[in-house]
Design a protein. Structure first.
Length: 409
C-alpha cells in the first residue's frame, strides 16, 4: 500500500462522490474529507429523476444518498452550492467561485456531465426543458402536470423514459428521433425495434429519420416544433434530450489528459499525480475489454466511486466491472451488461417471448458474447457477465437453444 493522504477533497457532489466518501470512512480513513458541489443539494441518485420521482411515485427525500446528519457524523466538510473554478495539482488546492481556496493532498474529480444543447433556434423559449439534475426534474414534473402536448427531441434512454412518464400522466407525446430507430446506436436494429413498438403501442407518436430545424413560440412560450421538411408539430412543452457532455473543464485547464473524458488508468488515477476521476467524466482503461471507456450510468458512478476511494488509500485496484444499466418504461423492465458499439457485433440471439416482452438478448462477435440484456427476466445477468468476462467461445447452436441454460454454455 502507498502513503495515505492526510486530506482528501472530492469535487462534484453526485453518486460517485457519495460512494467514494462512504468507502473512505468504511475503510477506516480518518483524515480530512472535503466535498465541493456546484448544486445546493446533498449527493443524490439520478435514475429516479426520469423514472419514479418524475412520475410521482417517489418522494423527494428518497433520492438522497445520505442525510446531512450522516455527513456531519462522518466529519465531512461540505461546500455546497458553490462552484470550483480551478484546480492546481502542483499546489494541491482548489479555488472556489467566491475566491477562497481549499487545500488537499489527494483529489477526486467527480464532476459528472451536463445536458447537451441542440443548438436550435428557439431553444431558450419558456417551456423548453433539459433533464439532468434534481431541479430540472422538479421543473419537468411541475410542467407535465399542466401540459397537454409534449415533444421529446431525441430517442435515447432519457427521452424514452420521460415519454413513458408523460404518457402515464395522460399527456400526448411526440418523440422526434434523427436515427432510423430510437436507441439504434446502443442496441442495434433487432432490439431497438422492440422499444419503438413499445412506445407506439402506448400511443406515442414516434417519428424517426427526422431533422428538427427550429422551435417556435407564441408570446415567449414554446408552441411547437418545425421539422426540416416543413412539418409543424404543436407542443406546449418540449424536452431536449440529445445526450450529455462530461464536465472536464477543470481537468483540461489544469493540464490533465482529457479525450472523451478525463483519461485515467484502471486504478482511476489521472495523468497528474494526486488526482483521480470517477463517474461520468472518467475515461477509464478497462482491463477486460482492453480499451478506455467512459460510461454514463448509475452503476458505474456508484462502483467507480468506491473503487477510486480504495485506490486513493493505496489499496491495489483494477476497476474491471462491466458496464451495467437498467430502464423501466411502462410494463417493460430491463437490465443490460457488457459494452456494445454500433458495429461491434456479428449477430444477436433472442431467447424467449419477444412480443410478450419477456426475453433475453445476447450480442456476439464471432463466437464470443460481448453483451446481454434481460427484458422482464431477472436471473440472466450473472451468466451474461460470466460469458463476457471469460471471453470463452460459445456454440451459437446451443446459445439459440432455449432449453440450454446460459449458465451451462
Amino acid at each position: 500500500m502507498g502513503q495515505v493522504p492526510r486530506s482528501i477533497q472530492v469535487v462534484g457532489a453526485g453518486l460517485a462522490a457519495a460512494t467514494a466518501i462512504e468507502t473512505l470512512r468504511t475503510e477506516g480513513y480518518d483524515g480530512e474529507i472535503t466535498l465541493v458541489g456546484a448544486e445546493p443539494h446533498l449527493p443524490y441518485e439520478r435514475p429516479p429523476l426520469s423514472k419514479d420521482y418524475l412520475a410521482g411515485g417517489a418522494e423527494r427525500d428518497s433520492v438522497f444518498v445520505h442525510t446531512r446528519d450522516w455527513f456531519d457524523e462522518n466529519g465531512v466538510r461540505l461546500h455546497l452550492g458553490i462552484r470550483a473554478v480551478a484546480i492546481d495539482p502542483g499546489a494541491g488546492s482548489t479555488r472556489l467561485e467566491d475566491g477562497s481556496s481549499v487545500a488537499w493532498d489527494a483529489l477526486l474529480l467527480a464532476t459528472g456531465s451536463r445536458p447537451r444543447r441542440a443548438g436550435l433556434p428557439g431553444e431558450d423559449l419558456d417551456g423548453v426543458l433539459h433533464l439532468r439534475d434534481l431541479d430540472d426534474s422538479d421543473r419537468l414534473r411541475d410542467a407535465l402536470s399542466g401540459a397537454e402536448r409534449l415533444a421529446v427531441i431525441g430517442g435515447g434512454w432519457i427521452g424514452l423514459e420521460v415519454a413513458a412518464a408523460a404518457r402515464g400522466a395522460d399527456v400526448d407525446v411526440t418523440v422526434l428521433e434523427r436515427g432510423e430507430l430510437p436507441l439504434l446506436g446502443v442496441l442495434g436494429p433487432e432490439v431497438a425495434g422492440v422499444f419503438a413498438e413499445l412506445h407506439r403501442d402506448h400511443h406515442v407518436d414516434l417519428r424517426c429519420g427526422v431533422e428538427v430545424s427550429r422551435l417556435v413560440g407564441e408570446g415567449g412560450h414554446v408552441a411547437g416544433v418545425e421539422l426540416a421538411d416543413g412539418q409543424s408539430i404543436p407542443a406546449d412543452l418540449i424536452l431536449v434530450a440529445v445526450g450529455a457532455e462530461p464536465n472536464t473543464g477543470l481537468a483540461s485547464e489544469a493540464g490533465l489528459q482529457v479525450a472523451d473524458g478525463v483519461v485515467v488508468d484502471s486504478a482511476l488515477r489521472a495523468s497528474v499525480p494526486g488526482v483521480w476521476a470517477a463517474g461520468d467524466i472518467a475515461e477509464a482503461f478497462h482491463p477486460v475489454l482492453g480499451a478506455h471507456l467512459r460510461v454514463e450510468h448509475w452503476d458505474n458512478a456508484r462502483e467507480q466511486g468506491r473503487a477510486a476511494a480504495r485506490s486513493m488509500l493505496g489499496q491495489p485496484m483494477s476497476y474491471d466491472r462491466l458496464p451495467y444499466f437498467y430502464t423501466d418504461q411502462y410494463e417493460l423492465g430491463m437490465e443490460y451488461t457488457g459494452f456494445l458499439g454500433p458495429r461491434d457485433y456479428d449477430h444477436v440471439v433472442l431467447r424467449g417471448d419477444v412480443p410478450g416482452l419477456e426475453f433475453v438478448a445476447i450480442w456476439c462477435s464471432e463466437d464470443r458474447v460481448i453483451a446481454g440484456m434481460g427484458v422482464n427476466v431477472w436471473d440472466a445477468m450473472d451468466s451474461v457477465r460470466d460469458l463476457v468476462t471469460s471471453g470463452r467461445e460459445v456454440s451459437l447452436e446451443r446459445l439459440r437453444d432455449p432449453d440450454v441454460a446460459l449458465s451451462d454454455l
